[in-house]
Design a protein around this ligand. Sequence first.
Ligand code: PHE
Length: 342
Amino acid sequence: MKEGICSIQSQFDVDLKECQSAKSVEALKVHYLGRKGLVQDQLKNLRHVPDAEKPAAGKMVNDLKEYIEGRLDSALQECILREENSRLAQESIDITLPGRKNPIGSKHPITDILDEMVDIFVQMGFSVQSAPEVETEYYNFDVLNMGEDHPARDMQDTFYVAPGVVLRTHASNVQGRIMETTNPPIRVICPGRCFRNESISSRSHVFFHQIDGLYVDVDVSLQDLIATLTQFIRAFFKKEVDVKIRPSYFPFVEPGIEVDISCHLCDGKGCRLCKHSGWLEILGAGMVHPQVLRNVGLDPEKYSGYAWGLGIERMICLRHGIADIRLFAENDMRFLRQFPAP
Ligand code: PHE
């Protein structure tokens, strides 16, 4: 038996030397230590050994087993390490390269400023409503006292999507929708995109943004309107801005006003943005016309209200010193990157 064990061990040494891969080491393991392997055979042979010699013979087989196990383990480790190293060498990753950065986006300046303005109005007690950008003529015009023959309905100003359906020309389309469905007091703002068929220039574009406001209750006055707007302008610019209020005309308000603020892009001296006047018109407003109240089923004897429509683009121009509103629509990264995420 002793010879048998010795020859298994020396055969194993020869076999192991030939093993070059983890796979062949595994195969060798099965061959020697597996259930039908050579070591197992030796264990079975112990049955035929006389009792007196059994302990010594058993120890020999055990020693052989431990020897083979030990050598196989270290051979396996070596092979795995060698294979891993050669794989890494082939992949040749340059671990000194800096990692790729995920570019971080930021809000478009228009969205950013809309959010800021909405916050101010919400603090003043207005709630935010939305109205469709694709709108019926009824809510864009008729309910707002703009009869069929009103010049604003001319094809030159309005994009028609289908007969009777337009791209809203102002955010005032929210007014009829809200007043029809809500009982006063109503105090809402409607921020959003509007469309007009205008020629594109540094001061006007085919789409732009407005925040419309509407307040309907008993005893609402023009003074309330002016106070609200002045307060808003101060809160937004965080400094004293000269405000000029001019009488104006919109079919859905009476009286109507327009509000100009001093152009601090040029400090009132005159520039492209303010058409060299030193003043920028930023909004139209007025007291809700009694006919509009009647159109939505509210009694003008009982209720009064004010409404405004504020243009966003010019406010952003003033805030950031931008003299051309076309930049907002061009998606030029050199422009947009100047408004990084806070
Ligand atoms: N909707 C008007 C415009 O776009 C502005 C406006 C709103 C005027 C509300 C009066 C009242 O020009």
